[in-house]
Design a protein around this ligand. Structure first.
Ligand code: FPP
Length: 240
């Protein structure tokens, strides 16, 4: 597909849904769907980077996902290792920087260490950012920001009148993404049409794209179709 680089989103956020159903359809255990899902991430990150996208945020584990059966949670916690063990060299080669949002300190020690290693190895890369939402929940993020802002006001570091949209944004976990903080396009696979506590503030003006394919079946061609759909839209930000 011939995409016009000028009309591409800078930041894409993805809710990778449908791994379990993909597996069920094939009479496989749910973890087989997650494993295949990891392969899809690699392809989509590779392709996004090739197209010149600046930030890709993927929803890997939500604060609600702890409620899944213990075995599945355990498997999901091993996926970062599975992902980075063979993909980190390629991330380095492509100058991709790994970041996270979410409370990663509460992850199992091994998972936390794997993430820290990925940050450390890629910290000087200045190409595309792969932002992984891990133990992330947007309501928690906004609540945390509110607390910090209230404390700053109480301590006299800011005046209540200083609290505006930019200030609130600067207290969110995505603040270091700067001009790319808010995704231009949010893609959710599997046909479900909801946000599931993902980037509620940051997606205020984003275009949404829902696709009726399970995440393990989502291909670079599907990504291009989503990007073309985005390019064909007319973003008005509430204006005419
Ligand atoms: C949704 O499918 C998918 C998840 C909850 C996990 C997705 C995570 C990965 C693919 C790995 C990410 C890891 C890293 C750090 C690279 P589902 O299980 O909700 O599917 P269902 O709705 O069909 O049951």
């Amino acid at each position: 597909m011939k995409l016009n680089p000028e009309t591409l989103p800078k930041h894409i956020a993805i809710i990778m849904d449908g791994n379990g159903r993909w597996a069920k359809k094939r009479f496989l255990p749910r973890i087989a769907g997650h494993n295949k899902g990891v392969e899809t991430i690699k392809e989509i990150v590779r392709h996004s980077n090739k197209l010149g996208i600046k930030v890709v945020t993927i929803y890997a584990f939500s604060t609600e996902n702890w409620g899944r059966p213990e075995d599945e949670v355990k498997h999901l916690m091993n996926l970062p290792k599975k992902f980075f063990d063979d993909y980190l060299p390629e991330l380095m080669e492509n100058n991709i920087k790994v970041q996270t949002i979410g409370d990663i300190k509460r992850l199992p020690k091994e998972t936390h260490n794997m993430m820290k290693e990925a940050f450390k190895k890629t910290e000087n890369n200045d190409g595309m950012i792969l932002n992984i939402a891990l133990n992330y929940g947007s309501q928690h993020e906004i609540t945390q920001a509110t607390r910090l802002i209230a404390q700053a006001a109480k301590d006299g570091d800011i005046a209540v009148e200083d609290i505006d949209i930019d200030l609130v944004s600067s207290y969110l976990e995505t603040a270091n993404l700067g001009e790319y903080q808010n995704p231009d396009l949010m893609i959710r696979t599997s046909g479900e049409q909801r946000l599931s506590n993902f980037l509620l503030w940051q997606l205020a003006y984003s275009e949404f794209y829902f696709v009726d394919k399970f995440w393990p079946d989502f291909t670079p061609e599907d990504l291009e179709i989503a990007l073309q759909s985005y390019a064909d839209r007319n973003r008005r930000y509430g204006k005419l």
